[in-house]
Design a protein around this ligand. Structure first.
Ligand SMILES: Cc1cc2nc3c(=O)[nH]c(=O)nc-3n(C[C@H](O)[C@H](O)[C@H](O)COP(=O)(O)OP(=O)(O)OC[C@H]3O[C@@H](n4cnc5c(N)ncnc54)[C@H](O)[C@@H]3O)c2cc1C
Length: 421
């Protein structure tokens, strides 16, 4: 059993055998006609995927009074959430729907910071984008100007100010833009504690339970989620399967194009305070938005509460190839040392990698699927799923309960891919 599972209250058994019997059954029962193979009791919602997005959805839905079951084919946070860095960024977003989502999410992370335990390490440390060239600085300043009218605080900083903010930064760095709204969180612990909070509100968490299909009523509406441990009757299915959201969507009859974008991280030995903000190179923003399938790397450096320094970031489209690339790791190390020469003598403690769930237009898929009544998507967040999880959960909950959504969700709709996707 994974360590994070031990954070969940209640019995520690992680296996369901044949029939799934919800423990969180409440007053809201299924109102429609019966379906032979799906028996009551039922849940209002089954969430597929216990990463940060699924955990946030389960928590928010349970808070709204819905009966919720969350299933994951593996242990909780066994997907990309266990391979992310934990940045909650507004700095890398251009004005538009994703920035609106990021600003909403940043606000919700602040609220969560007041309710989740300190162990989730929410840290409003701020981010700084830096550059060593005049041309690069002009690009950063222009981006900051565009962002400022849209709720982002962006302060241009020169070399002297940078030396105060980050004393170990290389003197070749010319300047940058500081973004005090950027934050950091420990994503695995955040997801585990959100699951714990959801469970305290009555949600059921079922690890090692793989969704393999969907039961649909005669009118095509979702009536149950078929798993390798039995069928779970429900009214809504939330697809929070991250990089595997495309597979789950197809199983549910509403395909969406979600693909893997591989990334690696280097983790140093614990150090005394050395890097105080999330510091990243100007190339990072261009890489995030790039459509290139080839390898792209840019320096992203930040410390954790434990003292380790996380070094990223690489992006490449190589399918689900998990082979460690020493070439990529070497590039990441070199770029980090160019930014922080002090890191040259530091030992690497471990490396890890994962697959960002990306859609061709780099926007997540959030909201009801018009092709399948009861299917709601919450996947495809690429390199921003940790940051965007609370806002996604709010919008999913609002869509399910029929409330007006806090921000428009049209740009995230699965309809944008066309009928067949
Ligand atoms: C190197 C790297 C660095 C990153 N850094 C950041 C960062 O700093 N900030 C940020 O916001 N984001 C970051 N990301 C992206 C972020 O990690 C993801 O966007 C986010 O974790 C996606 O969360 P999720 O819950 O949607 O998916 P996941 O965490 O992948 O969860 C999906 C779950 O669905 C389960 N599942 C799949 N199929 C089924 C099925 N059929 N039945 C049951 N369960 C199923 C999987 O087992 C998995 O646990 C990074 C990613 C990488 C790779």
């Amino acid at each position: 059993m994974s360590l994070v599972l031990w954070l969940l209250p209640g019995p520690r058994s992680s296996h369901s055998t044949s029939y799934i019997c919800p423990g969180a059954w409440r007053a809201r029962t299924w109102q429609g006609p019966p379906v032979a193979s799906v028996g009551a009791p039922a849940y209002d919602v089954v969430v597929v995927g216990a990463g940060i997005v699924g955990a946030s959805c389960a928590h928010r839905l349970a808070e709204a009074g819905l009966s919720v079951c969350i299933v994951d084919r593996g242990p909780v946070v066994s997907g990309t959430t266990g391979a992310g860095e934990g940045n909650i960024l507004v700095s890398d977003k251009e004005p538009g729907p994703e920035l609106d989502l990021a600003l909403l999410s940043a606000r919700l992370w602040h609220e969560l910071a007041g309710t989740l335990p300190d162990a989730v390490e929410i840290d409003a440390k701020g981010g700084i984008i830096v550059t060593s060239s005049e041309a690069g600085l002009a690009v950063l300043v222009a981006a900051a100007e565009r962002q400022r009218g849209h709720g982002i605080v962006a302060d241009v900083v020169d070399r002297e100010q940078l030396a105060d903010l980050e004393p170990h930064l290389s003197p070749v760095v010319l300047g940058g833009v500081s973004y005090p709204q950027d934050m950091q969180v420990q994503p695995m612990l955040a997801a585990a504690h959100l699951l714990r909070a959801a469970r305290a509100l009555g949600a059921d968490v079922k690890p090692r339970t793989r969704m393999v299909g969907v039961e649909r009523a005669r009118d095509g509406a979702v009536r149950g989620v078929v798993t390798d441990a039995g069928t779970i009757a429900c009214r809504h299915l939330v697809n929070a399967a991250g990089t595997w959201g495309g597979e789950v969507a197809s199983l549910a009859g509403g395909p969406v194009p979600v693909l893997p974008r591989r990334g690696f991280i280097l983790v140093t030995e614990p150090l005394p305070p050395t890097v105080h903000h999330k510091v990243y190179g100007a190339d990072y923003v261009a890489n995030v938005a790039s459509d290139s399938a080839g390898l792209e790397t840019s320096p992203v450096v930040e410390s954790t509460r434990a003292g380790t320094v996380l070094i990223g970031a690489s992006r490449e489209r190589v399918g689900f190839d998990r082979t460690t690339s020493y070439d990529v790791l070497g590039r990441l190390a070199a770029q980090a040392i160019a930014l922080f020469p002090v890191l040259a003598g530091v030992r690497v403690q471990r490396t890890y990698g994962g697959f960002r769930p990306y859609c061709p237009d780099h926007l997540p898929v959030i909201g009801p699927d018009p092709r399948v009544d009861g299917l709601v998507h919450a996947c495809g967040h690429e390199g921003a799923g940790i940051g965007l999880a609370p806002a996604t959960a709010l919008l999913v909950t609002q869509a399910i309960t029929g409330e007006a959504t806090t921000i428009p969700i049209g740009a995230f709709s699965p309809s944008r891919f066309g009928e067949a996707a």
